[in-house]
Design a protein around this ligand. Structure first.
Ligand SMILES: NC(=O)c1ccc[n+]([C@@H]2O[C@H](COP(=O)([O-])OP(=O)(O)OC[C@H]3O[C@@H](n4cnc5c(N)ncnc54)[C@H](O)[C@@H]3O)[C@@H](O)[C@H]2O)c1
Length: 392
């Protein structure tokens, strides 16, 4: 196991009615003027927006608001949010929604404290200062409620890029699984896929002797394999929703990833699909991750046999380990189909003729290869996109 530091100071309030205390948490974490940041209709339809506004009024905390965050959140609204916060002397951002609203809030939070263009943080500069962000989560997926990350798409050039830095971890996150019951099955499944792939990006490592984090990863994956079909069949299944919601947090606050090299190729390759076609991130991952697995398995089979055996209950064929490895990937892909995810380019609406452009859009070069389990060059990335044309 490698050396690591782990500091994850987010305060979590989990369960029914926890959103009622939102204003108390804002106060507790120092907010005196709040920006409420959210997407579109769902937070208003569910009554969550009114609950939050009433709670802030009851605590006499002034606020301004900025709605309209789109899935795959855009830089334009971030600039608007930074200007608004400065003009209104906002000192706390409360995001209501999913990864998109939260990531947009984090970008604004970092941008307000920075003299330059906030996009610098999405071009490799570490975030070292940000306004505090609190979240009320409505979809289990991105894990942004506990992560030090944010992903934004720059309209100009449709660049989808990530930023990172400890100040981006929310100071508090409120997770009421009931709010996730209104998610359409497709969004539920896309979220579940994202959760699983957050773990997979950490699981496939060349770092040796990482039994504790391997086992944590496997626990999250096993939980998702059990609970996701339950909520697809019964969207109001509170306990299954609750297990998935907490799995989503554990999958990405890095408790499963400390002390080990991590990969992150599937996310990088998928970000081009979301940028080119504006698809749901989890759906893009459902197409890309099995293709990535098929490609890298041939170069580094090590971990795939363990994945097949421990996660997908495949008996190990010691004479033909590649058959065991492949069976694990096959079962993963079959599971994705079962929960209603696309598994090919065509199902996603992606086009073969864009493959070259997507592979070269990522800024990968021989000095800057993608991933770590197997390091990928542009030709490898193209080959992975081609493998995703079919699910055989
Ligand atoms: N910051 C991170 O650590 C991180 C990690 C992974 C992914 N991401 C990014 O997060 C974004 C995706 O976030 P997401 O998957 O959480 O989804 P999202 O926030 O984009 O929401 C997906 C859709 O579901 C709707 N929705 C949300 N809650 C709902 C509810 N309760 N009922 C009905 N509809 C609801 C939203 O309005 C939206 O249309 C992508 O941009 C992705 O790249 C960020």
């Amino acid at each position: 196991m490698n050396n690591f530091t782990f500091y994850s100071p987010t305060y979590f309030a989990f369960g029914k009615n926890t959103e009622k205390d939102a204003a108390k948490y804002v106060k507790r974490f120092g907010g005196t003027k709040v920006l409420i940041h959210y997407g579109g209709g769902s937070v208003k339809k569910s009554g969550l927006y009114d609950t939050v506004v009433n709670a802030l009024n009851a605590e006499a905390i002034p606020f301004v608001e900025l709605g309209g965050v789109k899935p795959n959140p855009r830089s334009g609204l971030v600039y608007e949010g930074i200007d608004l916060c400065r003009k209104e002397n906002v000192d706390f951002i409360l995001a209501i929604g999913g990864g998109s609203a939260i990531d947009s809030a984090k970008a604004i939070a970092a941008g307000v404290k920075y003299d330059g263009d906030f996009w610098d943080f999405y071009s490799g500069k570490e975030v070292t200062k940000a306004l505090p962000v609190g979240t009320i989560l409505t979809i289990a997926a991105a894990g942004s409620e506990g992560s030090p990350n944010s992903v934004i798409t720059k309209e100009e050039g449709m660049l989808k890029r990530g930023a990172a830095g400890e100040p981006l971890r929310p100071v508090f996150s409120i997770l009421n699984p009931e709010f996730t019951c209104t998610l359409p099955p497709y969004q539920t499944a896309a979220g579940a896929t994202d959760i699983m792939v957050h773990v997979i990006e950490r699981y496939f490592t060349n770092t040796k002797e990482v039994e504790i984090t391997d086992r944590l990863c496997e626990a999250v994956l096993k939980t998702m394999i059990k609970e996701t079909p339950r909520v697809i069949a019964d969207p109001n299944h509170y306990d299954a929703r609750a297990n998935i919601m907490w799995a989503g947090m554990i999958a990405h606050n890095n408790i499963c990833g400390v002390g080990r090299e991590q990969d992150w190729s599937s996310h990088g390759i998928e970000h081009e699909l979301s940028a080119f076609y504006d698809v749901a991130h989890g759906a893009g991952l459902a197409v890309i991750t099995p293709a990535w697995m098929k490609f890298v398995m041939k170069k580094n089979m090590n971990k795939f046999v363990q994945f097949a055996n421990r996660v997908w209950d495949v008996d190990i064929d010691f004479e033909h380990p590649e058959a065991t490895a492949y069976e694990g990937i096959y079962r993963f892909q079959r599971f994705l189909k079962l929960i209603g995810m696309p598994t090919t380019f065509a199902e996603l609406g992606a086009k073969e003729e864009d493959i070259k452009a997507m592979a070269s859009h990522m800024g990968i070069s021989e000095d800057n290869l993608l991933g770590s389990y197997v390091k990928l060059n542009v030709d490898d990335i193209e080959a992975i996109y081609r493998l995703a044309l079919s699910d055989n």
